[in-house]
Design a protein around this ligand. Structure first.
Ligand SMILES: [Zn+2]
Ligand SMILES: [Zn+2]
Length: 212
């Protein structure tokens, strides 16, 4: 197996980091959080000769899941995640789209919900599922122990944390998710998040104003 690599495609007016995780050698991978702009995502896959085996969703917000059904149909692949606690959000993406003026967003019906402790994989790249509520009730994080890498969605950002003023948000739960589930994985863990630049857990543990 080759090295795990990641490519980011900013999508939707929220500039969400749709992330293509793939194997450097065989170019097989998954698309995490195709919130929209699916033509752009498909073009990046094609231009880089990457074959997507599945769609993984971190949580049920429109900028992360609004384009999932369109991508599923275009590629004939399954939607996996998030945790079932986000079903209500996923069932209302079309309403969210109207509210935020995002055309083409569709309600998302995952083929499989995920729970704490499950694993998902492509090729030999295995990711542990961590249920991290707070920003959204069913938010999951995908953690690859071997690569010391986590995709944290909108749980944690560089120098910030996810907002908790949206339906189902809970600030205390969010901070508990970060402090009890993410930071204990180790300072050296690198992360990609849903918006902006990623970083390392150690840097956030030391300098993130929401965690000190
Ligand atoms: Zn979100
Ligand atoms: Zn987001």
């Amino acid at each position: 197996m080759g090295q795990l690599n990641a490519g980011i495609v900013p999508v939707t007016p929220f500039q969400q980091n749709c992330t293509i995780l793939f194997d450097m050698d065989d170019k097989h991978g998954v698309v995490v959080d195709p919130g929209g702009d699916i033509d752009k995502v498909l073009a990046v896959l094609k231009d880089n000769a990457i074959t997507a085996a599945a769609i993984w969703i971190t949580h049920g917000h429109i900028d992360h899941a609004g384009g999932a059904m369109e991508l599923k149909e275009a590629l004939g692949i399954e939607i996996i995640g998030p945790h079932e606690a986000d079903k209500l959000l996923l069932d209302n993406l079309e309403n969210q789209g109207q509210r935020y003026g995002i055309a083409g967003a569709r309600n998302c019906v995952p083929d499989r919900f995920l729970a704490e402790g499950e694993t998902v994989s492509f090729g030999s790249h295995m990711f542990e599922v961590l249920h991290c509520p707070g920003h959204a009730p069913g938010h999951v994080v995908y953690y690859n122990r071997a690569a010391k890498f986590a995709h944290v969605g909108d749980v944690l950002f560089r120098g910030s944390v996810g907002r908790t003023d949206l339906p189902g948000g809970d600030h205390a739960a969010l901070i508990a998710s970060i402090k009890n589930k993410l930071l204990p994985l180790g300072d050296e863990i690198g992360f990609i998040c849903g918006h902006g630049l990623g970083g390392r857990f150690g840097e956030e543990r030391r300098t993130n104003p929401f965690l000190t």
